[in-house]
Design a protein. Structure first.
Length: 433
């Protein structure tokens, strides 16, 4: 466990405008976080890469974007109303409540009282709200605790409209809400977060092969976002620990600075959800295999990625300290595709109009081409490099007096701080995005 590292990441995230505590001006609110300009860019890059990898690059994957609030029958049928609970205990002295399975119940982690906990009770984590102007039981609705049900409820709509061959997958990225008893560890356990989920519909005869394929795809993805293979672990979840709907679950754990913890899950949900919908809605969820009489309710393999946990893993992996010219340096070794800013352009000196003009010219051209390009002429060049290192900018382009003569610039590389002279007309060839 490297709590120090986590603190460094939290402080960098705040200092440089990645992630802020939610409602900070009013003293914050536990379990909620806000993204600043660089955090938004990083989050988008993760989502876009995920979407490209799993949806755009696949032939049999399609997108869904369902409403967050759904008919409460969804959560009855799915089992969430009855079973989406965590065990909770309350300290009889300070009245703080804790997740019973996450603490040593001999001593209260808040006030230190000994043997102060009473009976465990089950706490349902769904946030409740009211739909419409009359506040009675009929108006009760929930904020979705997972995005998955928005996919299952649209399964039939998709089959009726585009009738894809099995296997096919439906993907969704969106908010999920869980009233966690003890939110903790920065963006690891939050009350409002985002999931990137896929429901992959298969012929039950093939579920085992399909499951294995998903294990491989997930490893490829984790590789793509730069996670060290040695820090990624598969955990075969025992039956007693599995969610009520799952016949097999493999959790993918990562060595976060807080220890080895779940990054994402892969579950074989069988036909549990579609079967429930079939029964409770009275509408058939059967799939007729084209050109045959074979009909069945498809089974489902579900890779479920937490967006914030992905971001936390990416930041933990990328956060690096080294020494340059005898000085400590902090930099984010982000994969280029995820870096919020790809290129920073500067004139060597800010008070020399001829340099500024030339640098502006280069900046406009690169900005048009790559979008995520930053202009920075604050402070001296060393400070600019440090600032860009801290936010993980892979390339810094500097225009100096020689540039006016030889139409070349200096390109400085984030990871090894090496500098190269490159013709302005050839920058795009040199920069690999
Ligand atoms: P945990 O055991 O850590 O509570 P879980 O097994 O309940 O997680 P799932 O229901 O499988 O989680 O949700 C799928 C993914 O959603 C998780 O692997 C995780 O990445 C993410 N996730 C779940 N709960 C939270 C949360 N409170 N904050 C941030 N991400 C979460």
């Amino acid at each position: 466990m490297d709590k120090n590292k986590l603190e460094n990441i939290v402080s960098l995230a705040k200092r440089r405008g990645f992630i802020f505590q939610g409602s900070e001006v009013y003293g914050g609110i536990s379990g909620f976080y806000d993204y600043g300009p660089l955090g938004v860019a990083l989050k988008r890059n993760v989502v876009n890469l995920w979407w490209k990898t799993f949806v755009e690059d696949a032939e049999n994957m399609f997108g869904i974007d369902a409403a967050i609030i759904m008919n409460p029958k969804v959560w009855q049928a799915s089992g969430h109303v009855d079973t989406f609970t965590d065990p909770m205990v309350e300290c009889s002295k300070c009245h703080n409540r804790f997740r019973a399975d996450k603490i040593d119940k001999k001593t209260c982690p808040n006030c230190g009282a000994k043997d102060s906990f009473g009976e465990e009770r089950q706490f349902n984590m769904m946030f409740r709200t009211q739909v419409g102007p009359i506040d009675d039981d009929n108006a009760l609705a929930y904020l979705r605790p997972e995005t998955a049900q928005g996919i299952f409820t649209n399964y039939k709509n998709v089959v009726d409209t585009i009738y894809p061959d099995l296997p096919f997958g439906l993907a969704q990225v969106g908010k999920a809400f869980r009233n966690e008893i003890s939110p903790r560890d920065f963006i690891f356990r939050m009350r409002e977060f985002e999931q990137m989920e896929i429901e992959y519909f298969v012929d039950p005869e093939n579920w085992e092969n399909e499951f294995e394929e998903w294990i491989k795809r997930i490893h490829n993805w984790l590789d793509l976002i730069g996670l060290n293979k040695n820090k990624v672990h598969e955990l075969e979840v025992e039956e007693s620990e599995r969610a009520h709907y799952s016949m097999r679950t493999v959790d993918f754990e990562y060595d976060f600075p807080i220890g080895k913890e779940e990054l994402l899950g892969l579950a074989y949900r069988t036909d549990f959800d579609l079967n429930n919908i079939d029964k409770k809605s009275g509408k058939s969820m059967e799939y007729l295999v084209k050109g045959t009489n074979k009909k069945f309710i498809p089974h489902v393999i579900e890779p479920s990625f937490g967006l914030e946990r992905t971001i936390m893993a990416v930041l933990s992996e990328a956060y690096t300290e080294d020494e340059v010219n005898g000085e400590k340096r902090v930099f984010l070794k982000l994969p280029v595709q995820l870096a919020p800013v790809k290129i920073c352009v500067s004139p060597l000196l800010k008070n020399k109009p001829e340099l500024v003009d030339k640098a502006r010219e280069v900046y406009s051209e690169l900005k048009k081409k790559y979008g995520a390009v930053m202009w920075d002429d604050n402070g001296n060049i060393g400070k600019r490099y440090r600032r860009q290192d801290e936010i993980g900018t892979p390339y810094c382009v500097v225009i100096d007096f020689d540039s006016l003569e030889d139409q070349s610039v200096t390109i400085r590389h984030r990871d090894d701080t090496k500098q190269e002279r490159v013709k302005i007309s050839e920058i795009s060839k040199y920069i690999k995005l």
